[in-house]
Each structure stands twice: as structure tokens, then as C-alpha cells.
Write a protein that binds this ligand. Structure first.
Ligand SMILES: Cc1cc2nc3c(=O)[nH]c(=O)nc-3n(C[C@H](O)[C@H](O)[C@H](O)COP(=O)(O)OP(=O)(O)OC[C@H]3O[C@@H](n4cnc5c(N)ncnc54)[C@H](O)[C@@H]3O)c2cc1C
Length: 375
């Protein structure tokens, strides 16, 4: 029997919705509040044990059907030079018996699958609502919401992303997110699929792409911008076009032909954060980016959020008390997540220093081997 009966989850992203599935399956009634009103976003790669976590949440097959499966030989992470010559095949991903296939999936499809699964399990999801205050009382937390309602909960979970307001309320001394010195640019390109998926490097920078279902190619690029500043749309397009221009590889030239003045290239700074020591304060817990946000160099931030949820469900289901459940959760999560955050940041710094790619590959292999262990 679960060690608690009612939980509030603030944030309906990957962490919050997967947590609602996992805790509901453990017998906990979950209320989710999500301040936004749309589940959009580009694409996300789900690999390694995170794909297994989707299996444990019961939605791996459904997500796979709406995704591009990643072949086990990692061809989708192959490295090419500016002319399109293969430099090295993708670093092989560690494998284990019964492992689930990784995938590139539309974020909207992943979030819809998670929300549907949470509702099937009896969770309530309120859109356009947030928690205004959290008051710890003797046997529960009293929460007041932005729609003038309130509720009493055994556990409040902050799954509200890198700028978490739950973290601000319950962990006022926690570090703030730090800028990593790079921007990510993402572009969803329509048209027929483009051959030779993988990552391409030129002296001007690095970009990668893979094809998604429904005739969309997902393109991601990384730019060094040492001092943080917001980028205007015109500058984003100029930087992105300039990077595409630095390649003679046929695949990238095809992307260049498809880039138009009104193309929707999204630029976002890479920021990171690791709340030190514990993500627990009394009856409040942080998960996902609210507790640990990372640059995308390992493509594992969302995966860590999925794992957090699965592990939390297991701990709540099996521990006799909430305190013991949360202590077990921290024991199982902290160092694994720290490996991802610290390695991703180190990879970003290597890239900014212009270090040989082989250094990055070595670091990646070590981290991927560590996190291929069961969570
Ligand atoms: C460029 C880029 C590429 C990435 N690629 C990958 C990848 O390929 N694979 C991977 O695994 N990870 C990837 N990541 C990381 C991944 O996107 C994040 O780790 C993941 O989205 C974290 O999920 P989350 O639910 O914790 O936070 P979020 O996705 O930020 O979701 C938080 C949710 O909470 C809501 N919210 C915020 N404040 C409040 C509030 N006060 N009240 C209620 N609701 C609130 C938000 O609207 C949002 O819906 C990438 C990140 C970046 C920046």
C-alpha cells in the first residue's frame, strides 16, 4: 500500500504528467495544475533507460507509433564533416536484455500520451491554474490556488521546470539557473525526408537532424554566445543561415534551400541547475528540471524527468512512510542525475574551447555507461 494517499503536482510537463501516471498507479490520488494552456514544443529524443521508463509508464508502444525509432546502432548520431564525409559512426549506446527502443518523438505527442494515461489512472489535470502558496501543517500541506480554490495534500511535487515557483517558495536558498555560454536553435522543417541523418560539424559550428513522421525533419544546432543576451528573430535567422552556408554536404545544402525568411527557428539559451544535496523540504519535493536542469549535450534531461517519476512511484508504493520513501528516492536519484548534469556541462565547455571531438566522445561514453545501469 502507498505511503500517502493524495499528492499535488505543480507543472504538467514531462516530469509532472509522468509523475501523475506513476503515483496514480501506486494508488495515490493526484491533482495536477498546469499554468500554460497548450502542450506544444518541437521534438525530443528519448533514449537509454528513459525509453524503459516509458515502458514502465505503459506508453512506450503508443509513443513509438508516433515517433521515429532510433536504430540500436546509433546511426542517427553518426558524425559527418562539412562536406558530408562520415567521420565516425554514432557512439554505440550501451544495451541490456529487454531494453526498449529509443525514439525521436513530437513533444506534443509525448505529453498527450502522458496526460491521457494520467487521466485513465484517475488523476485530475487543471489547465491555466497554479499554486499561489504552500503552507506546511502538522499532517498535510495546505495549498491555495490561483483560481481561488484550495486543497490539502500529503505531498506537494514541484515539477514546474527550470524557473520553478515551487522551488522559489519552498527552497528560497537554492541556486538560480546558470547560463552555459551556448544557445540551442531548433527548426521543424516540412517536406520530404532528408537522407544521411546525423550530426555535421564545420569550423562555424555543429548541427544535427533526424526525420520525424508526417514529413517533418527536426534540426538542432548549437551556437557559442559567451555573454548571455536575447537574440532577435532576424539575428537567429542570420546565424542559422550562416551556419548552413558553411557546409557543402548535400543534406545540409538541401536544408539551406528550405530555409525561408519566415522559417520558425526557435532559439533558447542553454541553462543548467542542480539543487544540491536534497530536493526534499518537509512535504515538498522537486523533480525534473525544477530540481536538475541540464544542457542538451547528452539529450537526457527529459529522460531523467521520466526516470524520477518512475522511481518516485516505486518508492512511494514500497516504503512504509513518506520520509522513508523520499529518502530512498534521493538515494536512487541524486548521483545518477548529477552525472548527467555535470557531464552535459563539461561537454558544452569542451565545445566552447574547441577541444577535439574525441575528448567529447570519451566523456560521453563514460557517462552513457554509468547511466545505462538500472535506475
Ligand atoms: C534545446 C533542448 C533540447 C533538448 N533535447 C532533449 C532531448 O532530446 N531529450 C531529453 O531527454 N531532454 C531534452 N531536453 C531537456 C528536456 O526538454 C527537459 O529536461 C524536460 O522538458 C524537463 O521536463 P519538466 O517537466 O521537468 O520541465 P518543463 O518541460 O519545463 O515543464 C514544466 C511545466 O510546468 C509548467 N509550469 C511552469 N511554471 C508553473 C507554475 N508556476 N504552475 C504550474 N505550472 C507551471 C510549464 O508550463 C510546463 O508545462 C532538451 C532541452 C533543451 C533546452
Amino acid at each position: 500500500m502507498a505511503s500517502i494517499s493524495k499528492a499535488l503536482i505543480v507543472g504538467g510537463g514531462i516530469a509532472g504528467l509522468s509523475c501523475a501516471v506513476s503515483l496514480s498507479r501506486a494508488g495515490v490520488h493526484c491533482d495536477v495544475v498546469e499554468v500554460g494552456n497548450s502542450w506544444g514544443g518541437a521534438s525530443i529524443g528519448i533514449t537509454g533507460r528513459a525509453a524503459d521508463a516509458l515502458g514502465e509508464l505503459g506508453i512506450h508502444e503508443e509513443c513509438l507509433a508516433a515517433s521515429t525509432p532510433f536504430p540500436r546502432d546509433s546511426t542517427v548520431a553518426s558524425q559527418f564533416d562539412a562536406t558530408g564525409q562520415l567521420v565516425s559512426p554514432g557512439p554505440p549506446r550501451p544495451d541490456w536484455p529487454g531494453s526498449k527502443l529509443g525514439m525521436g518523438v513530437y513533444r506534443s505527442a509525448l505529453l498527450k500520451s502522458l496526460a491521457d494515461a494520467a487521466k485513465r489512472q484517475g488523476a485530475s489535470i487543471r489547465i491555466g491554474v497554479t499554486a499561489k502558496s504552500i503552507e506546511e501543517q502538522a499532517s498535510a500541506s495546505l495549498v491555495h490556488f490561483s483560481d481561488d480554490t484550495s486543497g490539502s495534500y500529503d505531498l506537494v511535487i514541484g515539477a514546474d521546470g527550470i524557473n520553478s515557483s515551487v522551488r522559489a517558495m519552498a527552497f528560497p536558498d537554492a541556486p538560480k539557473p546558470s547560463y552555459a555560454g551556448q544557445f540551442s536553435m531548433r527548426w521543424m522543417v516540412e517536406g520530404s525526408p532528408i537522407d544521411a541523418e546525423g550530426w555535421y560539424s564545420s569550423p562555424a559550428g555543429r548541427l544535427g537532424f533526424y526525420n520525424l513522421p508526417k514529413g517533418v525533419t527536426y534540426v538542432a544546432a548549437v551556437f557559442n554566445i559567451p555573454q548571455f543576451r536575447w537574440l532577435e528573430k532576424a539575428e537567429v535567422l542570420a546565424l542559422f543561415g550562416g551556419l548552413l552556408d558553411s557546409f557543402t554536404a548535400p543534406a545540409i545544402q538541401e536544408l539551406r534551400r528550405r530555409l525561408k525568411p519566415d522559417s520558425d527557428v526557435i532559439a533558447r539559451p542553454f541553462e543548467w541547475l542542480l539543487v544540491p544535496d536534497t530536493w526534499v523540504r518537509g512535504r515538498t519535493l522537486l523533480i525534473g528540471d525544477a530540481a536538475h536542469a541540464t544542457t542538451a549535450h547528452l539529450g537526457m534531461g527529459g529522460g531523467m524527468a521520466l526516470e524520477d517519476s518512475v522511481v518516485l512511484g516505486q518508492c512511494i508504493a514500497n516504503a512504509p512512510t513518506l520520509d522513508e520513501a523520499l529518502a530512498q528516492f534521493m538515494f536512487r536519484r541524486y548521483s545518477r542525475v548529477r552525472t548527467v548534469v555535470e557531464t552535459s556541462l563539461a561537454l558544452s565547455q569542451l565545445e566552447q574551447r574547441g577541444a577535439p571531438r574525441s575528448e567529447a566522445v570519451t566523456l560521453m561514453k563514460t557517462a552513457l555507461t554509468a547511466i545505462s545501469e538500472a535506475y
